[in-house]
Design a protein around this ligand. Structure first.
Ligand SMILES: C[S@@+](CC[C@H](N)C(=O)[O-])C[C@H]1O[C@@H](n2cnc3c(N)ncnc32)[C@H](O)[C@@H]1O
Length: 214
């Protein structure tokens, strides 16, 4: 009887074990790199959440509704031929959308300090045959870009994670063209007053618009 049950569920057991081991390995690689590159340790809750986050992230990516993100990119002033910088790219959805908007004459710079995000976007752009994305593995406060070279800077749900916010803002100001724009979107942070205060403190940017829902 027991042998019957085992035979019936053996395939399911090995599939679930395979998924579990795969997620565990991904989580360990991700965390080792996070500790190495972000140089900080989080609470146990954070580590557990990474384990469950991978399938959720993939699900989120598959079911993502890019229209809203595209709307933000257009609202931030992004146009054909523009040079675009994004810091904290995550899975790289916005740089991919932005690459279509700027077209062949435009240039996309996608920066992140986690190598897996860089590898992921590199793979995604190869699969989609996108040629105008340049990847930068670096901290947000060091872009290695030329002065006054960027039309649009876009940061989505990442600014709150940057440890050196002041130097990041100064670096963004350095690379932005005088008529360029910086958009900071914080969809998962409830109170964005702190972000605005940091930017205002540097006295480098003029606030053009703050979304009434933020
Ligand atoms: C929540 S994810 C961003 C999500 C993504 N922008 C999106 O819209 O889906 C935050 C990203 O910021 C990156 N990040 C965190 N600290 C950073 C730093 N100091 N410099 C550069 N990137 C950083 C993380 O590696 C991660 O990819």
């Amino acid at each position: 009887m027991q042998a019957d049950v085992w035979q019936k569920y053996e395939v399911l057991f090995w599939v679930l074990t395979g998924i579990f081991v795969y997620l565990l390995i991904l989580t360990i690689i991700y965390l080792v790199l996070k500790i190495a590159f972000h140089k900080k340790l989080g609470g146990i809750g954070l580590y557990l959440s990474y384990f469950f986050m991978f399938p959720l992230l993939l699900l989120g990516e598959i079911t993502a509704y890019p229209r809203r993100r595209k709307m933000w990119l257009i609202r931030s002033g992004l146009k054909e031929g523009h040079s675009y910088l994004e810091e904290g790219i995550g899975l790289g959805t916005s740089p991919i959308l932005a690459s279509r908007i700027v077209g062949a004459k435009g240039r996309i710079y996608a920066l992140d300090n986690h190598p897996l995000q860089i590898i992921l976007l590199s793979l995604r752009s190869k699969i989609r045959r996108i040629k105008n994305i340049k990847l930068i593995l670096s901290d947000s406060s060091k872009t290695y870009l030329e002065d006054n070279s960027i039309d649009t800077i876009f940061i989505c749900d990442a600014f709150h994670e940057f440890p050196d916010k002041r130097n990041t803002v100064m670096e963004l100001y350095r690379v932005l063209k005088p008529e360029g724009s910086l958009t900071i979107l914080e969809e998962t942070v409830r109170n964005t007053n702190n972000t605005q205060k940091i930017i205002e403190y540097t006295k480098l940017f003029k606030l053009i618009e703050r979304d009434k829902n933020s």
